[in-house]
Design a binder for this molecule. Structure first.
Ligand SMILES: [Zn+2]
Length: 203
């Protein structure tokens, strides 16, 4: 209501002009500040391509021969295989049958090896899961993915690096992570030596 009057009055005084000049500079700084993200974004994107820490944003996972990591780039390790109770999670199994790894909710999960999708959807306590039959009685399982994130269907042939879905927190899960499980003749085996034998040591 009074702004135009104040502005008009300000123009008529020396002090007022200084205030207006100051306000104009402040406005310019504000605009420059608002534009900063637009200027910085290309560098951030370029950085994510080079960096291995922000995988899941398009970078492909490391592959060795026919096998590859189920996540692209660096990840946080959760529970390993074996006896591994989760503090504060009464419904989490104490005997952990897989290997937990995380990059963050929504990170892309990839097939670890060539085979055929035999499960793509809700599966026991694994939430939204994918299972891949690699032949020779070897099956890998990718658990807890986000609902509606699956990019494969039952019967589909995949290879290492085929995107399966997005890291999530479905089923008996305690925060977003990928539960990566390897079964040999139906029995869960430790994923660490299994992957290490294929030149892909899990940390
Ligand atoms: Zn797990």
């Amino acid at each position: 209501m009074g702004a135009p009057m104040i502005a008009a009055a300000a123009l008529n005084t020396r002090t007022g002009r200084k205030i207006l000049i100051g306000a104009s500079l402040a406005a310019l700084l504000a605009v420059a500040f608002l534009l900063t993200p637009l200027i910085a974004v290309p560098f951030a994107v370029a950085g994510s391509i080079v960096s291995t820490t922000s995988a899941g944003s398009g970078a492909a996972p490391a592959v060795s021969g026919e096998w590859g990591f189920p996540l692209a780039g660096d990840y946080s390790k959760g529970r390993g295989f074996g006896y591994n109770p989760v503090q504060g999670c009464s419904y989490c199994s104490t005997d952990h049958q897989g290997y937990d790894m995380a990059q963050g909710c929504g990170a892309t999960v990839y097939a670890a090896g060539p085979g055929e999708v035999i499960t793509a959807g809700s599966y026991q306590g694994y939430g939204n899961a994918v299972r891949i039959d690699h032949g020779g009685e070897i099956v890998t399982l990718y658990g807890h993915m986000q609902w509606d994130s699956l990019r494969v269907t039952v019967g589909q042939a995949v290879t290492a690096g085929t995107p399966l879905g997005a890291e999530g927190n479905t089923g008996k899960s305690f925060g977003c992570h990928l539960h990566f499980e390897v079964r040999d003749s139906g029995t869960p085996v430790a994923p660490e030596p299994f992957m290490a034998a294929r030149g892909l040591p899990l940390m």
